[in-house]
Design a protein around this ligand. Sequence first.
Ligand code: UDP
Length: 479
Amino acid sequence: MEKKACIAMVPCPGHGHLIPLLEFAKLLLLHHGNDFHVTFLIPTLGPPSPSTIAIIDTLPSNIHFTFLPPINIQDLHLQSPNPVPQMILTVRHSLPSLRQSLSSLSSRTKLVALVLDQFSLDALHLAKEFKISSYIAYSSGAATLSFELSFPKFDESVPESEFLDFEQTMDVPGCGYASFKVKDLPDPILFHRSSDVYTTYLSVCQKSLLVDGIIVNTFNDLEPEAIRALQQGKALRTPSPSVYPVGPVVAQPKQKTEVDECVAWLNHQPSKSVLYVCFGSGGTLSQEQINEIAFGLELSGHKFLWVVRVPSEIPNAGYVIGEKEKDPIQYLPPGFVNRTKGQGLVVPSWAPQIEILAHGSTGGFLSHCGWNSTLESIVHGVPMIAWPLFAEQRMNAILLTDELRVAVRPQGDKEDRMVKRDEIAEVVKRIMDHNDEEGLEMRKRIQDLSDAAAVALSENGSSTKALSSLAHELLNKSI
Ligand code: UDP
């Protein structure tokens, strides 16, 4: 049997969850590759999408992976198209094949730990069964984690009724910078309390308290109070899971031989002149909102690179299921692409985000504030327009605007939340105009955060130390 300890990692479907787990595995092996190897056991809803396969294909040879047999969406008997039950139930239905894979791994290797996404916690009992320790590689920041660990108590404290009161505030330990209303918090809690979305989410929050440790993709200078609250166990029961802030864990820009279309276009644009517009791996907008963005970008006069998706009234319609076959470009207003030829580039469905954010011509990011996008923008020092859509993105947007002050947020219409073209043009100018004092200050603040992120990941940085103490704990458990 091999001397190195083996870690099994189980992501849940969704690129925003798969990518940070893969990047965490790369980081662990970069620093502690002599001690560990990693195998990914990947549950999928339907066959893996081309972009999932493209992501997996870039893995270094010391990370092994197995796609578990795909789950059929009809077998999940979903009540709603929300991603939370989709992700959790996909993992639940994959448990027999996951157990088999773990059994095979443990017969061949020195299996020491199971690292789960929070939405694959249904597999937690397998850690007990195989007598190994259990961790969550948490896919959002410390503030959201602090909320999720406190949420079961909050739920108990509210008398059973149809919905939580959206206007009620909840104190999130370590987040004194904001008074979060229920409507600002992760969206599963806005559902009926007996719905599958609410109940599966609550069970995730409850189970998160039961693991040995939680690896968080954040760093001390980004969320100092929330990290402290977690490490002091303020949001937790006792004994608390250990908390390891090891971030920012984000992918490195690839050095490709063939130049991608987006990068080729950026190569011809002036420094920091382009606004990158992307709503994560599966965020979607209504047709009317797509039109307003198109006209707003045109009106702003600033350069843009826009990843366009097929419209939907549901903001996370494409999250787990993946790309649609239709061509999204046909949903743009007639004549838009021609009129903006010199001003912008539209890309269907997917773009190399890391390479775009790392490019010197990119000067701003209109983002849905998914946690990976947030960290990627910070790492590359790109100020943001915060446009949260679903999940915990409103919390991330509040952190970016109110606490860190590195983003502006359009208000939208009070009634229907639609953001009109004039407001879009105005926020674009606020971050892209190089004479705008507010924009320049935001640029400076996000550059400072980017520098702090680099320090956290340096040899003696706080995140490198947290990673070492995690590796130490894992090795001790393997003896
Ligand atoms: N991403 C990308 N190209 C795209 C859209 C997304 O490379 O066109 C990547 C992005 O860099 C990030 C991830 O997909 O790493 C999205 O994660 P995030 O947490 O921001 O949002 P989610 O997709 O979970 O809503």
